[in-house]
Each structure stands twice: as structure tokens, then as C-alpha cells.
Design a binder for this molecule. Structure first.
Ligand SMILES: O=C(O)[C@@H](O)[C@H](O)[C@H](O)CO
Ligand SMILES: [Mg+2]
Length: 395
């Protein structure tokens, strides 16, 4: 006896999916202490979404990229995030670099924001729902010497933070890598002896060292029990991390420079880092970051999303991080509610070091477009960093 499959019925109830079309793309430059490039994707239904360009240098290149993408996007269905990502990333034949990908990131995040707002759901619900109750964040501490760093860390601890980040020092716009290495080791040791196990530390080397100094630094920091050492080496050749990895047991983190899943691929496939620091606003938006995070999960690499940016980048990171099994920690440089409150009267919610979910749709932000349009911040070049001999170093 054969069983007959039931016929597919053609009279199912129609879905309540809104039919929207992209009607305009607006680029705004907002003063948030630096220049935040915000992208607004408008639809014919009145719903709009916002995204942020991750590059904070040479942003005119990203602005130009958005001009290239605009005719490809006008009239399109904003719900087709994967398809539109492919259209943008592959439209020019040559792979999108990070200036183009930062533009794609901003547009992609805006499209997810539109979808969430149009459906009345937070983005994390669209990405699989909350995999945790709250998201742990780390903040930056500052100081030109150990005493100032310790003071800054005390203030952070009092506000409920337990993981703090500081950078390898320069002297003005000069970096002497030997001195910077020794001084960073000393600072980490000083903080550990001041706070014992009440604190976790991240040292951001900012891609400033060569392999030899990076090796010394990492090995000396092994007994200090670092949360991670970030970007000890330049990004251009990520295979160099394999060598550093063999030389030290200190947890390593890199990835804020990655312009796509392919760009970060070597580090993940070779287990060369413990934390992947891709930036949602550089690497290709929520669409690309979600894929990379899945790949991290297969390697037991944890995510530590790069986020020295504005409220949109924070919101996008948070919406994703809430859903990720492989989540590690979220960088939080701009504390929500302390900047650009005129443009973003509602931002992410925090309790100490924890970022908390709400049921607000899309990114969960409220955006005042008139306030944003009033900003008109001018793009300025990033400062330069030099070696003592006058040669160029990485800022
Ligand atoms: O990890 C970080 O937040 C830093 O590397 C920032 O991206 C950098 O200072 C921006 O200029
Ligand atoms: Mg960094």
C-alpha cells in the first residue's frame, strides 16, 4: 500500500510580511568625540534603519562606496539581507576591501534594523534568540604611568567593571618598541599586584611590535594571567601569528582589521588566536559576523567583538553577541548614554559591566534624524605615529 503525500494547499493564510522597498540612502557625519559616519536606509513604508561605518580613518572612501551601491539598492526589498550583501560585495568583480566593506557593513546593519522594526522584533530574536541573559563587556582605562592606570582601574572597578583594557604606550607621537614593551610588562604586573584576582586585563598592542618584541612581551606576561594580549603583530600577514603562537602560551586576540570571513580565515582555521575580534561595522555587518562566529564555534575560539565606535556599533554587537554560543566578551569604549544622546535618546541598557536585552525592535535604538542632520562633522585625518628614527609606525 502506498501512502499519498497530502497535496500542498494553495489557500494558506497570507503572511503579514510587509512589502517594503528601499527608497533612499542617506549618509550623515556625527560628532561623537570623533566622527561617526551613520548610514540611514529609508523605505517607502516610512520605516528606516541605521548603520555605522566602522573605519574611523579615510571614511571618504566608504562614503564614495555608498554612492556606488546606491543605484544597486534603490527599489530593492530590504529584507533580502544575504542577497543584497552579495550584490554589494561582488558587484565590482574585485573583492571588497575594508573601505568598501565598512560601507557594506553599515548598510547591512541598517537592513537588519529595518527588518526588526518592520516585524516588531529585536534583531536578536531574528538571529536565533537570546543564548544568554546578559552580555559581559570590558572598558578602557587610561593613564600615562602605572599610578594613573591603577587609579583609572579603581574607578572602573567601583562602577562594576571587572575586565579592563589599556594600550601599549607611545611618547607623544613617537613609539620606541623596546621601551614600550618593557613599560607594558611593568604596568600589567603593577595592576596584578594592586588588584590580585579582582581584575582581568587586556593589553592592546595595536599592531605596533615586531615578532621579537612581541615574543618577549607575551612570554613575560604569561605569569601575569592576562585575559588576552591583543594585536601584537601587524595584520597584513596573519600567518605570522602561527609563529608567535608556538612561542607563547599567553591568550592571543586579533581581528579588528578583518575585512571579511576570508580575511580572518587563517587565524581561525589554524587556531592561531584564542579570541576573534572582528568588528561588525568593518567585517561586513551582522550577515558576515554571524558566519564568522559560527566558524569560531567549531574551533572553540571565543568572540571579542571590536567596538570603540558609536551607539549603532554597540547595538549591533550586542544584538549578535546575545545569541552566540562562542561569545567571549564585548569591547565597550563609548559607555551608552554618555555621548550623542541628542541623536540617540534611547541606547543600550547597562548594569555595571553587563549589557541587558530589551524588547525594543530592530537594533533597539531610538534615533532622532533631525538631530543627526544638524551635526555635519568634518572628517579629519588620523594622527601619525613614528619610530624614534622618523620612520612610520602603526597608530
Ligand atoms: O581595540 C581597539 O579598540 C583599538 O584598537 C581601536 O580600534 C583603535 O584605538 C582605534 O583607533
Ligand atoms: Mg585594538
Amino acid at each position: 500500500m502506498s501512502t499519498v503525500a497530502p497535496a500542498i494547499r494553495g489557500d494558506v493564510a497570507p503572511s503579514s510580511r510587509p512589502e517594503l522597498r528601499i527608497s533612499d540612502i542617506e549618509v550623515l557625519q556625527i560628532d561623537d568625540g570623533g566622527v561617526m559616519m551613520m548610514v540611514v536606509v529609508h523605505t517607502d513604508g516610512g520605516v528606516f534603519g541605521v548603520g555605522e561605518v566602522g573605519l574611523r580613518s579615510r571614511q571618504l572612501a566608504s562614503r564614495g562606496a555608498i554612492e556606488h551601491f546606491k543605484p544597486l539598492l534603490l527599489g530593492q526589498d530590504p529584507f533580502r539581507t544575504e542577497h543584497l550583501w552579495q550584490v554589494m560585495a561582488r558587484s565590482g568583480f574585485y573583492p571588497a576591501d575594508r573601505a568598501l566593506m565598512s560601507a557594506i557593513s553599515a548598510i547591512d546593519i541598517a537592513l537588519w534594523d529595518i527588518k526588526g522594526k518592520a516585524l516588531g522584533l529585536p534583531i536578536y530574536e531574528l538571529l536565533g534568540g537570546a543564548a544568554r541573559d546578559r552580555v559581559q563587556c570590558y572598558r578602557h582605562i587610561v593613564g600615562n604611568n602605572d599610578a594613573q592606570l591603577i587609579e583609572s582601574a579603581h574607578a572602573a572597578l567601583e562602577e562594576g567593571w571587572t575586565v579592563v583594557r589599556f594600550g601599549v604606550p607611545s611618547e607623544g607621537n613617537i613609539i620606541d618598541s623596546r621601551r614600550a614593551t618593557r613599560s607594558s610588562i611593568q604596568s600589567c604586573e603593577a595592576l596584578r599586584s594592586e588588584f590580585g584576582d579582582r581584575i582581568d586585563m587586556i593589553l592592546d598592542v595595536h599592531t605596533r611590535l615586531d615578532l621579537g618584541d612581541a615574543t618577549n612581551l607575551c612570554r613575560e606576561l604569561e605569569p601575569v594571567d592576562m585575559y588576552f594580549v591583543e594585536d601584537p603583530l601587524r595584520w597584513e600577514n596573519t600567518t605570522i601569528y602561527d609563529t608567535l603562537r608556538q612561542r607563547t602560551t599567553v591568550p592571543l586576540a586579533a581581528g579588528e582589521h578583518a575585512a571579511s570571513k576570508w580575511d580572518i580565515r587563517h587565524l581561525i582555521e589554524n587556531d592561531a588566536v584564542d579570541f576573534a575580534r572582528f568588528d561588525l561595522c568593518i567585517v561586513g555587518g551582522l550577515t558576515e559576523a554571524k558566519k564568522i562566529a559560527g566558524w569560531c564555534e567549531t574551533h572553540h575560539i571565543r568572540t571579542a567583538t571590536h567596538n570603540p565606535l558609536g551607539p549603532i556599533a554597540t547595538a549591533a554587537s550586542f544584538q549578535l553577541n546575545l545569541t552566540l554560543p562562542a561569545f567571549g566578551i564585548q569591547e565597550q569604549y563609548q559607555i551608552p548614554g554618555t555621548r550623542v544622546n541628542d541623536v540617540f535618546p534611547v541606547q543600550m541598557h547597562m548594569d555595571g559591566e553587563w549589557m541587558l536585552p530589551t524588547s525594543a525592535p530592530g537594533l533597539g535604538l531610538e534615533v532622532d534624524l533631525d538631530a543627526a542632520r544638524a551635526h555635519r562633522a568634518e572628517i579629519v585625518p588620523m594622527p601619525e605615529l613614528r619610530r624614534p628614527d622618523g620612520s612610520v609606525a602603526n597608530w
